[in-house]
Design a protein around this ligand. Structure first.
Ligand code: CP
Ligand code: NVA
Length: 297
């Protein structure tokens, strides 16, 4: 049984296959309009979501399938009434796959190991693989040769960055992560496991932005986290000055939602180099491809 939990669970050929399929679906959506006929996707959101919720819902409808949004508490997914595995056993009698967004990565890893139902990670406190695969599609659409790109991440060490690091470890493009020292020190041992000559940690956003082709960021405080980290992000706002240090055709990426004036200024977020809405749209195609991929026997 196939699941989609983390990018580093996959081989390069498998990721290439998913990206190629997403491109095909985007180019010729009609061809796939009954690929999920008679299939039902369950969605469990234990945290807020706009883009992931909409892109899975609409994406599944466009594949000819249906979607059931399940409230974790209502169906007893909290292990209180019955074990989550037992809930999954029952769900598997009605639905074909399940996307989960929660604050408990270990839970979805463990549930996937039961192989009861294909599980898709729709964001956890640890990672956000659907986002980064969608972003990889956006990068490929903007740059013919993504292999020579220099990508810089300016911000927190969070779920989105982890999935980006997982992707970098497969494709080995140049990735500079600029994360404040006070935050990075808590993740250093984890980072060192992934380090290679094209993956570097820097502390100065100006230094990091130099010659880069893509500047990426995300909120400084993720859902479910405490607000006490903001003080470490002085000079980390992606503004016009930082964009001007990057290469001429550099793009700005953000998974959204954004806190305007914090991690990014409005002139950059809404500016001509920003591809944030293209990223949001591509979530749908990549997730359609992921759904078809996990359904494949
Ligand atoms: N980028 C993203 O996952 O957005 P939502 O939290 O709104 O789903
Ligand atoms: N890092 C953010 C991503 C939101 C899509 C969060 O977890 O809140």
């Amino acid at each position: 049984m196939k699941h989609f939990i983390d990018i580093n669970n996959f081989k390069k050929t498998e990721i290439d296959e998913i990206i190629a399929l997403a491109k095909k679906i985007k180019k010729n959506p009609k061809k796939y309009s009954s690929s999920c006929k008679n299939k039902t996707l369950g969605l469990i959101f234990e945290k807020q979501s706009l883009r992931t919720r909409l892109s899975f819902n609409v994406g599944m409808q466009k594949l000819g399938g249906s979607v059931l949004e399940l409230q974790g508490k209502d169906i007893g997914f909290d292990n209180k009434r019955e074990k989550a595995e037992d809930v999954l056993n029952v769900l598997s009698q009605y639905i074909d796959f399940l996307m989960i967004r929660n604050d408990n990565h270990k839970q979805i890893v463990n549930l996937s190991k039961e192989n009861i139902l294909p599980i898709i990670n729709g964001l956890t406190e640890y990672s956000h693989p659907c986002q980064i695969l969608g972003d990889f599609l956006t990068l490929q659409e903007n740059f013919k040769n993504y292999k020579n790109l220099i990508i810089v991440w300016i911000g927190d060490y969070n779920n989105v960055l982890r999935s980006l690091i997982h992707l970098q470890n497969i494709y080995k493009f140049k990735l500079n992560i600029v994360v404040p020292h006070q935050i990075f020190k808590h993740h250093k041992s984890e980072f060192l496991k992934f380090k290679n000559k094209n993956l570097k940690h820097l502390v100065d956003p100006i230094e990091g932005a130099k010659k880069s082709n893509c500047i990426m960021t995300d909120v400084w405080v993720s859902m479910g986290e405490k607000n006490n980290k903001i003080k470490y992000f002085k000079n980390f706002t992606v503004n016009k000055k930082i964009m001007s240090i990057a290469s001429n055709n550099a793009i700005f990426m953000h998974c959204l939602p954004a806190k305007r004036g914090k991690e990014v200024t409005s002139d950059v977020l809404d500016g001509k180099n920003s591809v944030v809405l293209q990223q949001a749209k591509n979530r749908m195609y990549i997730q359609q491809a992921i759904l078809l991929y996990v359904l494949k026997k």
